[in-house]
Structures are given as structure tokens and as C-alpha cells.
Design a protein around this ligand. Structure first.
Ligand code: SF4
Length: 388
């Protein structure tokens, strides 16, 4: 996937498709994604509109190579039938083509996984699943508003491991009042499930969500920053000891073959075609880079508002390259950022960050230290300031 090239961003750094399925059986109180309650709906018009968006995107971006990855995310794309997944993959294969070793991921909720469905998804072309376990503690799952329990999450993971090449599980930690002993026990149990990839996210309380409103009323207090930092460090130690070290701020894998190829396209400023309500993409053509945006609401998407494309400036692209490129543990080549920006990073400002223990500057690469990853957003802003 990592083709060497004279370009600084774009499909030479990987090309993926993100398909956004916007429905969920119920809406979790912490979620700020573009999602809608599934209810009983006729989903055929949405699937048809997605197919049409794929075809018209191909006309717009006619030079792109076959897709390195396809990621079905949402929302809850595991609500889709295998035949519907097959239909969307067929549209992508027919328009853009799929690389021989294309990574094809389905995000799945534990309650949607059973032996028959897993086999059908596999037969449709899915080769990796990312399971929304979130917690193995039933009280925590109830607090998070999830509709599965720890036993269902365990069963789903075991079953998926028997079918797919690679299985990832998502967990949410740093919940209000969570102690380090409680997280240690939970993470130990999660590691024992044997998934080859873990995505471990700290709970963020967004203002527009039910959790955000409860926090504003003083009914829910986020975990203090220093306690969160302690849990992050504990996570780092435990995953490393278990043979799944972090390869990105929140992502851990057994080895390079189980890293998410799709997410690496985001972090490496490759191109991704984003299809479905509210989906954001980045596509390059004719030496220019575009932000793409699909109509937000399913009804507008179905009515055919069309994908908006906005050209990004050289500087905007340089800032994205930096912010995304600092997320992986390996970091990003300094020269690539400077060439994209058209100027040098300020040495004095970088030295200040190196001396503070936030940044590593070895071999012409910029990477966050373990300390820097704890405050990644702030350190990234500081480095962005060094771009002038
Ligand atoms: S299932 Fe996932 S996407 Fe759907 S509401 Fe819950 S957190 Fe959001």
C-alpha cells in the first residue's frame, strides 16, 4: 500500500473507501456521530443512493488506482444484510476496483454477530471486523446505554476470531469514577479475549450529547485529567506487556499485519472516498486536494444533493498532514511537512518541545514521546505554530 512517490499526499499513500451506514438500534448517550434510530425503514433508497454516489465519484476521480481498503462504519453497519454489503462492494469493485489484498472491515455490534451472519459477511468479502465491545462490565455497559452485556461481547469476539483474518475490539475507558484497579481488571479481561487489535478510547463528553447535557447540569462529572493520564499510562504498560503495543495514540496491534490499513490511510494523508450521509473524505486530482462532504441527513442524501468538494490550500493540507501524521507512534517525516508547507519548521520552537520531553526528532522524523502522546492535541498545536 505505501507506494513511494514524489507526491506528498494522495493515493500514493493509500486509497480507501469509507461507507457510512447511519442507523443504530438505539442511540448511545455519549455518541456525537451522524446517526439516526433504525426503527423499521425501507433502506433500499439509501443503498441505491450510495451506489449512485460511488458511480458519480468515479466519474469525478477517474484516475484513482484500485482500493486498498473498504471500511463499513457508522452508525451500525452490522445491521446490513450480507447481500447489501455484497451489493455495495460490487459497486466499488465495478467503479474503482479492489486491490487483490484489499482490507475490508465491518464495524459490528456484539448483538448483531452470530455464526450464520459472520459466515455470510465473510462470504460477501469482509475480512476484518471491528467489534464495539466498549466494556466487559455490565454496569458500565448500562451506563453507556449499550444494548449488549459483557457475555454477549465475549461470545461475539470468540465467534469472530474463528471466522475473520483479523479482529479488533473497541473499548471505552476513563469513565466517571473508574478506578485504575477496575480498568486494570477490565483491560486484562479484554486482552484475554485474544483479538489481534484493540482500539482503546478515553470517554469524551461532548456538549451536544445527553451525557454533555447531564454534565452541564452537574449530574455527571468527567474523570479528572490526572486520573485520565494515569489510566492512559497503565493502558500503555499493560498492552505492551501483553504483546499489543500502541502503534497510534489509541490503537494497539499484535504486529504490523494486524494494524488497521484503513486508518493508516487517514494518518498518512492518503485518499479516502467517503460515501453515505454526512461522510467526510479527502480526494486528490490534478495536483489538488479536496475535502469532500456528502449531504448530512439520509433524506437529503437520498434526494441526491450530491457530494460537495472544496479545494484545500497547500497550507491547510500541510496542517492536516502534521496533525494526522503525529498520531502514529512512528510519526512523520519532517521534510514531507516542510515541502508541503513550502517553508521550514522553526528549529527553536521544536527544540523547546524536545527539551520538554514531548517530541522526538530522530532521523529526520517528528514523533511524539509517550509524554507527548498524553497531550497530543496541545503538542500538535505547538508544532503547528512552528510552521509559521
Ligand atoms: S452504536 Fe455506535 S454509532 Fe450507534 S449510537 Fe452507539 S456509539 Fe453511536
Amino acid at each position: 500500500m505505501a507506494r513511494k512517490s514524489a507526491t506528498l499526499v494522495g493515493p500514493d499513500y493509500g486509497f480507501g473507501a469509507y461507507i457510512h451506514w447511519p442507523y443504530c438500534t438505539r442511540i448511545c448517550p455519549y455518541c456525537d456521530f451522524n446517526v439516526y434510530a433504525a426503527k423499521t425503514r425501507d433502506t433500499a433508497p439509501l443503498l441505491e443512493a450510495m451506489g449512485a454516489s460511488i458511480v458519480s465519484s468515479r466519474r469525478r476521480f477517474s484516475d484513482h488506482p484500485p482500493l486498498d481498503t473498504v471500511f463499513f462504519g457508522g452508525g451500525t453497519p452490522s445491521l446490513l444484510a450480507a447481500s447489501e454489503i455484497e451489493g455495495l462492494l460490487g459497486a466499488l469493485a465495478g467503479s474503482f476496483g479492489l486491490a487483490d489484498d484489499c482490507e475490508i472491515t465491518l464495524e459490528a455490534n456484539p448483538n448483531d454477530i452470530d455464526a450464520l451472519k459472520a459466515r455470510d459477511w465473510f462470504a460477501a468479502g469482509i475480512n476484518r471486523v471491528s467489534i464495539g465491545v466498549q466494556s466487559l462490565d455490565d454496569r458500565a455497559l448500562a451506563f453507556l446505554g449499550r444494548d449488549h452485556d459483557g457475555a454477549a461481547a465475549r461470545r461475539a469476539t470468540e465467534l469472530a476470531l474463528g471466522v475473520f483474518r483479523s479482529v479488533s475490539i473497541d473499548m471505552i475507558y476513563a469513565r466517571p469514577d473508574q478506578t485504575s484497579a477496575a480498568w486494570e481488571a477490565e483491560l486484562k479481561a479484554a486482552l484475554a479475549l485474544g483479538a489481534q487489535h484493540l482500539s482503546l478510547y478515553e470517554l469524551t463528553i461532548e456538549a451536544a450529547t445527553p451525557f454533555g447535557k447531564r454534565a452541564a447540569r452537574g449530574e455527571l462529572a468527567p474523570l479528572p485529567d490526572d486520573a485520565q493520564a494515569g489510566l492512559y499510562e497503565l493502558t500503555d504498560e499493560m498492552t505492551r506487556a501483553a504483546g499489543l503495543p500502541a502503534y497510534e495514540i489509541s490503537n494497539h496491534a499484535q504486529d504490523a499485519s494486524h494494524r488497521s490499513v484503513h486508518n493508516q490511510i487517514y494518518w498518512n494523508s492518503g485518499d479516502w472516498l467517503a460515501i453515505g450521509p454526512g461522510a467526510h473524505g479527502r480526494m486528490s486530482a490534478g495536483g489538488q486536494r479536496f475535502a469532500t462532504l456528502e449531504p448530512d441527513k439520509p433524506i437529503h442524501f437520498v434526494k441526491g444533493g450530491g457530494m460537495e468538494t472544496t479545494e484545500l490550500t497547500r497550507e491547510e493540507t500541510a496542517h492536516e498532514l502534521l496533525a494526522m501524521g503525529l498520531r502514529p507512534v512512528d510519526g512523520i517525516e519532517r521534510g514531507r511537512i516542510e515541502d508541503q508547507f513550502g517553508g521550514r519548521l522553526d528549529d527553536e520552537r521544536l527544540s523547546h518541545l524536545v527539551e520538554g520531553g514531548w517530541l522526538d526528532l530522530s532521523g529526520g522524523w517528528l514523533s511524539l514521546t509517550a509524554r507527548g502522546r498524553l497531550l497530543a492535541d496541545r503538542v500538535t498545536l505547538e508544532i503547528a505554530g512552528a510552521l509559521g
